[in-house]
Write a new protein. Structure first.
Length: 631
């Protein structure tokens, strides 16, 4: 029997495929089973119009047999089978796919999508990642002759007539011997085969069967237990995935149970999103918003992505392209028969279909969050506690280009409501004549409410948003406005909280105390940008505001980041209350004792730093100066 050679380009492709294309050797079983599923699909389709095919199309299935002694894995199907010519064309020329040609023929006859998984003709050769020899015995449904194809790899192959009682194909993989780095024998183990079928091929529509061995009590009723190993034929796959079933067949409780088992979560999901889309790209999806923060979520090791299936076959365990970063907490599965897969099924050949699916999924997630926000705010707040920070960073990332998508989902603590509120609800409660959305920053709501600069805003009855997270001010700067109403810090110079009469009085006080204010600046030198009479203070003597883009809270944030690089600093403005008795003491000292006045200035500055939560440069000096006032 003469051995035939692969074409030169096929030899190179086979070598490339075995060593480069596939990421994991375990993929071989997925590929062979997918090809078997294709063969069953073909026979089923032909049986619709062919009586002989119909007679052979009952109880279609895939059967796996592992023989440890012979070191073989056999994957058998009772599908369409191949004749000599098809065997030569499909296995003699790598990347010449029978499935692809079959699909083209169907598409020419009818305008319908046909669920044929393998279309590039190289999945079969993935077997050589673990095999030193592969034998194929096949018999076409309408032929009396069977054929055997055999090859040890790129050196060539043989084809000869053989015996096979029924139609279909047996692929016999002779497993390589173990090496120091590769344990090929693992693929002969029942548990390993079972796990690979469950991982990659659980949702193949045909039963995947294998003879398994289990320990059972074989004693008759009333007798002493007698445990023996019993062999039986077991179906390894569940066949119909939960996301392919209709809502009437699968309850939310069933979906939640699936989620907890699939994604190893003890808690129920906060929301379940079911998608069945038809159009440019048809797909089904089942998405889950977790009810608790996944383990390691806020670490760099966490990997986002949805499980991606093509016609029930797992293609990618975590397809990151399907989720934007700001929705990276979402888990779930997407299954489409329209994906253009490359020759390894592991990487998509084109990303157009993915972009269409990803866009639709983003809309679905946004719609579900909106529903939760509007209809069940208490549960939304639970979600926010888990993933609100993620949404905030989504607003800030990419120079704020996602802010329109996310701004309605943001909630902040309200000074009036004493709870978290949306920006929309804040707008609805704004006072007549109020021009801005006011906010104040600090380490906690308690500390913010005690800040001197919040007094005027509170006196006017204006609601304030309390920003306590490091990222909050960056979020506000990215948003700039909401529904055309600008955000404004209560500490800002242009907060516009005073009346025209107040403005005139403040301008007069600043002019009258011009020399004193200059003295304050000279005393504190580079610690402040300027000193001013404040238009925001009522009962307190002093506080620190800033000018420019860097605020006090931003300075604290940058200071907390490890590293020796120069940290951004806020341009500080010391604001003094001209109507406070402390200011009168400072003014009197300035006129009579400049040294004493300088101590007062430093004390007031340090007190302002303490109020702002900033460190004092010299605590000992500050304590000594305070003590001298008690002498």
């Amino acid at each position: 029997m003469r051995k035939k050679s692969f074409k030169a380009e096929s030899k190179r492709l086979l070598d490339l495929m075995i060593n480069s294309i596939y990421t994991h050797k375990e993929i071989f079983l997925r590929e062979i089973i997918s090809n078997a599923s294709d063969a069953l699909d073909k026979l089923h389709y032909i049986s619709l119009t062919d009586q002989l095919a119909r007679e052979n199309a009952s109880e279609l299935s895939v059967f796996i047999t592992a023989d440890k002694e012979a070191r073989t894995i056999t994957i058998s199907d009772n599908g369409v089978g191949m004749n000599n010519e098809e065997l030569e064309n499909n296995l003699g020329i790598i990347a010449n796919s029978g499935s692809f040609k079959f699909k083209q023929e169907i598409d020419e006859k009818q305008d319908a999508k046909n669920d044929i998984i393998g279309q590039f003709g190289v999945g079969f050769y993935s077997a050589y990642m673990i095999a030193d020899q592969v034998t194929v015995i096949t018999k076409r449904y309408d032929s009396d002759v069977a054929y055997k194809w055999n090859s040890t790899g790129a050196d060539g192959y043989t084809i000869e007539e053989s015996e096979k009682p029924s139609c279909g194909t047996d692929i016999i993989i002779h497993v390589k011997e173990d090496t120091e780095t590769e344990k090929y024998s693992q693929y002969l183990e029942e548990y390993r085969i079972r796990s690979l079928v469950k991982k990659y091929s659980d949702y193949i529509r045909y039963p995947i069967k294998m003879e398994t061995e289990n320990t059972e009590n074989t004693a008759e009723e009333g007798q002493e237990p007698k445990y023996e190993k019993v062999k039986s034929i077991e179906t390894l796959n569940s066949m119909v995935p939960v996301w392919q079933r209709s809502k009437s067949e699968v309850s939310d409780e069933d979906c939640a149970a699936y989620y907890k088992e699939k994604f190893s979560d003890m808690s129920d999901p906060a929301a379940i999103i079911r998608v069945s889309a038809e159009g440019v790209v048809s797909y089904k999806a089942m998405l889950f918003i977790p009810g608790s923060v996944p383990y390691g979520y806020y670490t760099k090791e966490f990997e986002k992505g949805l499980q991606l299936y093509s016609s029930g076959v797992l293609i990618m365990d975590k397809c990151g392209e399907l989720l934007p970063d700001y929705f990276r907490f979402v888990k779930g599965v997407v299954d489409s028969q329209d994906l253009s897969l490359n020759i390894s099924r592991e990487v998509l050949q084109h990303d157009h279909q993915l972009k269409v699916i990803a866009t639709n999924i983003e809309k679905k997630i946004k719609s579900e969050l909106t529903k939760l926000l509007n209809n069940d705010f208490d549960n939304y707040l639970k979600f926010w506690k888990n993933f609100g920070t993620q949404l905030k960073y989504g607003v800030v990332s990419d120079y704020g280009m996602h802010k329109d998508v996310l701004q309605d989902f943001l909630v902040f603590y309200s000074s009036d409501q004493e709870n978290l509120v949306t920006l929309k609800s804040y707008i609805e409660r704004m006072k007549d004549g109020q021009k801005y959305i006011y906010y104040a920053c600090g380490e906690s709501t308690t500390k913010i409410s005690a800040l001197p600069q919040t007094e005027v805003c509170r006196e006017k009855g204006y609601e304030m948003l309390y920003l306590t997270d490091d990222v909050d001010e960056f979020v506000i700067q990215s948003l700039q406005k909401y529904e055309d109403i600008e955000f404004r810090s209560v500490s800002a110079e242009d907060a516009e909280l005073g009346s025209d009469e107040d403005k005139e009085k403040i301008e007069k006080q600043r002019e009258e105390n011009k020399d004193l204010l200059e003295f304050v600046k000279e005393t504190l030198k580079d610690n402040i940008e300027s000193a001013v009479v404040s238009d925001k203070l009522k009962t307190h003597p002093v506080f620190i505001s800033t000018q420019g883009p860097i605020t006090i809270e931003m300075e604290k944030y940058f200071s907390s980041i490890p590293g020796e690089t120069e940290k951004p600093k806020a341009s500080k403005v010391l604001e003094l209350n001209a109507e406070h008795k402390t200011f009168e003491s400072l003014k009197s000292a300035y006129e009579t004792d400049k040294d004493k006045a300088a101590k007062y200035v430093k004390i007031l500055y340090n007190q302002a730093c303490l109020i702002a939560g900033l460190p004092i440069d010299n605590p000992v000096e500050y304590c000594d100066m305070v003590c001298t006032l008690m002498d």
